[in-house]
Design a binder for this molecule. Sequence first.
Ligand code: NAD
Length: 264
Amino acid sequence: MQIKGVTAVVTGGANGIGKALAQALHQRGAARVIVADLDGDKAQAVAQQIGGQGVGLDVRDGDAMGAMIDQIEADHGPIGLFCSNAGVLMGLDDSLTTSVNASDAEWQTSWEINVMAHVHAARHLVPRMQARGGGYFLNTVSAAGVLNQIGCAVYGTTKHAAIGFAENLAFTHRDGGIRVSVLCPQAVQTAMIEGTGGGGSAGLDGILSPQDVANCALDGVEAERFLILPHPQVAGYMEHKLADYDRWLGGMAKLQRMLREGQA
Ligand SMILES: NC(=O)c1ccc[n+]([C@@H]2O[C@H](COP(=O)([O-])OP(=O)(O)OC[C@H]3O[C@@H](n4cnc5c(N)ncnc54)[C@H](O)[C@@H]3O)[C@@H](O)[C@H]2O)c1
């Protein structure tokens, strides 16, 4: 799709990858960028720098998401690109010894932000996009959505679910002109990886800047590619996983052991 001239929304746009996406959209000539975030003041500050609009939004609230979409389309016309980017990393197992440490509250919050927020956006926008012949969703997921996450079963599981929803959205509405991309980086230098010791296993292939990840994401959107991998190594890991699942699980167990013993 052509980014120049589009009206775009970025959730979780006050910080990190979302902020970089909003800035990159502006640099590539988006007509209007709406920055939505739980932190409405910071969203407004980011929006102000790029002539956009900042909105306070909790992506867990489907009604609030619908009201925001209604208001944006009333004010600025059709949303051409919706970037579901807000996400959380919680329920970490620092000891790297268990998959069952996280609380129900951590599972529930992660499910609502990492998965249901994408559903809420699509639920409100798909009928509109279909009626006008198309539209685009860029969902920030993670390499954890295709390779899982050592030390965080909650994150690995909810990010897999986000991939599942995006795939379904992409093939079900393809004939209606709707296109979907999933952005799946490994470690990115944002607040999310602070205190994780360089991103843990996700940092082993290097930590990218949010700006590089945002530019890679928009290149992928312009090329209408479903799977966007800012760390190209991820494609190889996916091939290994599909070629021999049991061997891949053995490799992951070994890597987890090495990380636990401080050898990786
Ligand atoms: N940083 C990484 O290494 C990395 C790697 C792969 C994928 N990701 C994904 O990238 C996305 C962005 O993460 P980031 O690294 O920029 O993190 P970040 O913590 O810097 O930014 C996340 C933003 O989301 C907002 N947010 C959180 N909960 C919200 C809610 N309920 N409603 C609205 N906004 C909310 C926060 O206020 C924050 O501005 C996430 O989906 C994350 O899972 C990050």
